[in-house]
Design a protein around this ligand. Structure first.
Ligand code: ATP
Ligand code: MG
Length: 596
């Protein structure tokens, strides 16, 4: 599958429907008169502030229940990118309204990932880092306001009755017998809920909208439920918690968000988002004009899965070594694999945003990486599947068997100012096993008896034979050096050869552990069929080899990226690579090996 997107022809910032909405709002001054107190707050507190210095406000609101993945990266690039491009601010908000155990590890990991991607929530001298749980008091007040205004009621039907009375697509719902309670009675019961006088599941607070609405989300949605559970931030202060659909619009409103971007599955929630904020604006509780929700297609990337819950399962069951395993589509995994923030941003820009769900081919991500690394990565030679090549006439021609011939190559072919890498050619070299054949197939121009090839950056050699062990495995290749043919000398062009092979000297080559990662799953759309997605894991997604690399790599730093000539892009593993024990991960090949 080739990428439909050509890097050279795509403008850096193509327009999209979200940019059009923002540009229209800026032109009309939709939000130009809003005030901002410097912190989230209700209408009164915001109005006491000055005009909002941010032209737009967006937010990235993850639940701190796992590590972020490439789908979140799309959302991060989108929200922070739009704020940056339009003189706005993007808020970093932890959506922690669920009283679940919050793990500090996830909170830290999320902040790290956003920072690493190149974004910041600091703007206008303020850190816009917020926690939704700090809005619980306001949410409770908003719920009482709805009750007082006749827009909410406490329903004490059983969950089964509520489900049955909701109706379905073809059948309108039936009003709850509790729907016509008086305001005072509703307030009393809601306070009983809050005060811990009622058991989990015995009642909920519902918005009073329309049980016959064609949109089931508008059939008196639940906005508060009873849950006797401790919250990591508010402890046991609350035993009722707001539903996400109630909490989220309020979080946006208190933070002066202008454009609240979410994925398509929330489209049917938009009418309730607007209904709720319209009611709270009528009551003078929130700043106006209130935020608007816009939906975009979530990222589905082929050959991986993007669900925190399922990624957690891969970690917990040991299918990968951790959240940062280089095969994982998590941001920490991509980072350890050798992806750069620039490549991920480029990818996000290229895929853009749309209103229709689709799958993006994994190669689009790899192409963005190559486009980013090609001009940056230092080149190096590495032999991943080594066999020894012995140049039998070396001593004769070079003046001694242990004579070494200094060779050099540019650090980067298009950046001569970056200087030269130096390495030694000698009597014994490491070459790729696949560069030798006893009887060459058609079109094979590398080593076979009688054929001449150039040792890249070195001399031309002529293959004379090879040695195999009893099982037929190749153990050594022999050749003769052709005098006066060294690359870069006047004699270099005396002989024309069709093949050019990479090599590493036995004398100065460095032994390295190389981890050849491949796609996590072997099917393009894992977890979309009847099959258990665990059975769709690619069994060959990691091959470890002992390789030899040129001496310049002996000084590689963890996280440093290289292009291994002929092989692709590699990174010194940020965790395991160290002096004396080099470890390189394959990021991606030079071209798409999965292309059909
Ligand atoms: P998951 O199902 O993997 O847990 P989520 O949507 O529940 O994902 P949140 O932490 O709630 O994860 O998401 C934070 C933000 O990231 C949300 O605004 C959500 O819309 C966005 N997001 C999550 N997954 C994707 C995706 N695949 N593509 C684009 N945006 C995404
Ligand atoms: Mg979630």
């Amino acid at each position: 599958m080739a990428s439909p997107i050509d890097s050279k022809e795509t403008p850096a910032k193509p327009s999209n429907f979200l940019r059009q909405v923002i540009e229209r709002d800026l032109e009309h001054g939709t939000y130009a008169q809003r005030h901002w107190a410097g912190a989230p707050g209700d209408a009164a507190s915001q109005q006491a502030g000055a005009l909002d210095p941010a032209r737009i406000r967006t937010r990235f609101p993850p639940e701190p229940n796992g590590y972020l993945h490439v789908g979140h990266a799309k959302s991060i690039c989108l929200n922070f990118g739009l704020a940056r491009d339009y003189g706005g601010v993007c808020h970093m908000r932890f959506d922690d309204t669920n009283p679940e155990k919050e793990e500090q590890e996830y909170v830290d990991g999320i902040l790290d990932a956003v920072r690493w991607l190149g974004f910041s929530w600091d703007a206008n001298g303020t850190s816009h880092l917020y926690e939704a749980s700090s809005y619980f008091d306001f949410m409770y007040r908003a719920a009482e306001y709805l009750i007082e205004a006749g827009h909410a009621y406490v329903d004490e039907q059983t969950p089964e009755e509520m489900r049955a009375n909701r109706g379905d697509f073809s059948k309108p719902g039936v009003d709850s017998p509790f729907r016509s309670r008086s305001i005072d009675e509703n307030l009393q019961r809601f306070r009983d809920m809050r005060d811990g006088k009622m058991a989990d599941g015995s009642a909920v607070l519902r918005a009073k909208i329309d049980m016959a609405s064609p949109n089931i989300n508008m059939r008196d949605p639940t906005i508060y439920r009873i849950k006797h559970a401790e919250h990591h931030a508010t402890g046991d202060k609350w035993c009722i918690y707001p539903m996400y659909t109630f909490a989220h619009p309020i979080e946006d409103a208190l933070e002066n968000i202008t454009h609240s971007l979410c994925t398509l599955e929330f489209e049917d929630q938009r009418p309730f988002y607007d209904w709720l904020l319209d009611r709270l604006a009528e009551g003078g509780l929130i700043n106006t004009p209130h935020p608007r929700q816009y939906e975009f297609a979530r990222l589905n990337l082929t050959y991986v899965i993007t669900s925190k819950r399922k990624l957690k399962q891969l970690v917990d069951q040991g299918h990968v070594s951790g959240w940062d395993d280089p095969r994982m589509p998590t941001i920490v995994g991509l980072r350890r694999r050798g992806y750069t923030p620039e490549a991920i941003q480029l990818f996000a820009e290229r895929i853009g945003v749309s209103k229709a769900d689709s799958w993006i081919d994994y190669s689009t991500l790899e192409i963005a990486l190559r486009d980013d690394l090609d001009p940056k990565a230092a080149r190096a030679m590495a032999v991943l599947d080594p066999v020894k090549l012995v140049i039998t006439n070396w001593g004769e021609v070079m003046g001694g068997d242990d004579k070494l011939d200094p060779c050099s190559a540019p650090v980067h072919p298009h950046a001569p100012e970056r200087g030269l890498r130096k390495f030694m050619c000698g009597r014994e070299l490491w070459i790729e096993k696949t560069d030798y054949e006893d009887t060459p197939p058609k079109g094979f121009f590398r080593l076979f008896p009688g054929n001449k090839v150039r040792l890249k950056y070195g001399h031309v050699i002529e293959c004379t034979g090879a040695t195999r062990d009893a099982s037929g495995a190749l153990v050594e290749v022999q050749a003769k050096v052709v005098p006066d043919t060294k690359s870069g000398t006047p004699g270099a062009d005396a002989i024309k050869v069709k093949g050019n092979i990479t090599w590493v000297g036995v004398a100065d080559g460095v032994k390295a552990e190389v981890r050849l990662y491949d796609r996590l799953f072997s099917v393009p759309q894992p977890d979309t069929s009847e099959k258990d997605y665990l059975e769709e894991l690619n069994p060959d997604n990691l091959k470890m080899v002992t390789a030899y690399v040129e001496p310049s790599l002996g000084a590689a730093k963890g996280d440093e990226k290289f292009q291994f000539e002929r092989h692709g892009y590699f990174v010194a593993d940020r965790k395991d690579h160290r002096e004396g024990h080099p470890v390189f991960n394959r990021v991606t090949g030079l071209k798409d090996s999965w292309a059909k």
